[in-house]
Design a protein around this ligand. Structure first.
Ligand SMILES: C[S@@+](CC[C@H](N)C(=O)[O-])C[C@H]1O[C@@H](n2cnc3c(N)ncnc32)[C@H](O)[C@@H]1O
Length: 284
């Protein structure tokens, strides 16, 4: 590989990724190269015919090999963008998905810009949802709950790196053990919601690299909703809002759970792909 030019190395890597079934092979080959070479796109245009150094060839081949074996692009790169923020991503927590941005939008619509109360994020993972809310509501305070100690440690790192550490508290506990429901004006959650039987059929990239605790929603995918909605109905304060991410086919089931528990003013939101993705409801 040492005798290849930059352009040839990227072309070769794109072919390898394509052969491994990666959809955006060229995009990923180019972006992994830019990252490892510490180049901008403009740097690359003026250097396409330069010969790749031995060290860069070795680290690039290693990154491409990891990607070909199914490791997610975001784990190799180590970051992902969510709601305009750069978040650290690795095997400790689920990679935040672009679909979840509409859940944050629906939550922000429930809080005026001057909001200075508390917001909680149940099952925070990387801290993505809470980070996006606190970044856009500069006077709000946040609490994130996360049962996995590994994910909780990543959330702490992300909130600190984004300058949100002094307005947030990360608790490494389950929402079933939490006593702060009544302190919050808004509670958001993207809980595990995949039916257990579907999990073996997921793409290997998700099945083998996102933590199982972040995916498995029990036999019908609704276990976490049942817990959160029944605890929220008992302990949330009057007029507080619950905002939930849902699977594309869970709108009716989760709406039924919310209205049976007494929640009112139920609103729905679709993601950019046109799938039902978020529900907001108020505790009367
Ligand atoms: C689908 S992931 C969502 C992560 C993040 N909020 C996001 O949107 O990218 C669900 C998260 O909930 C956590 N979790 C699952 N059950 C939990 C529980 N009972 N209490 C607290 N966290 C829980 C998982 O560890 C996982 O990090």
């Amino acid at each position: 590989m040492a005798e290849l030019t930059f352009a040839e190395a990227i072309n070769k890597a794109a072919k390898e990724l394509h052969a491994a079934g990666i959809d955006d092979a060229r995009y990923e080959a180019r972006n992994l190269f830019l990252l490892l070479a510490d180049f901008s796109s403009t740097d690359l245009i003026s250097a396409e015919t330069k010969l790749i150094s031995n060290d860069l060839a070795i680290s690039y081949a290693h990154a491409i090999e990891r990607r070909c074996s199914g490791e997610p692009f975001q784990h190799i790169v180590g970051t992902t963008e969510f709601f305009g923020l750069s978040l650290k991503t690795d095997a400790r927590a689920l990679i935040p998905r672009p679909d979840s941005e509409c859940v944050v939008e629906l939550a922000l619509e429930q809080l005026n810009h001057e909001h200075n109360g508390k917001v909680a994020d149940l099952g925070t993972g990387t801290g993505a949802l809470l980070s996006a809310i606190l970044h856009n509501r500069p006077n709000s305070l946040g609490i994130a709950l996360e049962r996995s100690s590994r994910a909780a440690s990543l959330a702490v790192e992300n909130l600190e790196a984004l300058g949100l550490g002094d307005r947030s508290e990360i608790l490494n506990i389950s929402w079933t053990e939490w006593s702060g429901w009544g302190d919050c004006d808004l509670i958001i959650s993207n809980p595990p919601y995949i039916e257990s039987a579907i999990i073996p059929t997921l793409q290997p990239e998700v099945r083998d690299h996102d933590p199982m605790d972040a995916l498995d929603g029990g036999a019908d995918g609704l276990d976490a909703y049942r817990e959160i909605i029944s605890l929220g109905a008992k302990h949330m304060k009057s007029d507080a809002c619950l905002v939930l991410e849902i699977g594309y086919d869970q709108k009716v089931a989760v709406t039924d759970l919310l209205s049976s528990a007494g929640f009112i003013q139920i609103q729905h939101r679709k993601d950019l792909g046109g799938n039902d993705r978020a529900i907001a409801a108020k505790r009367p």
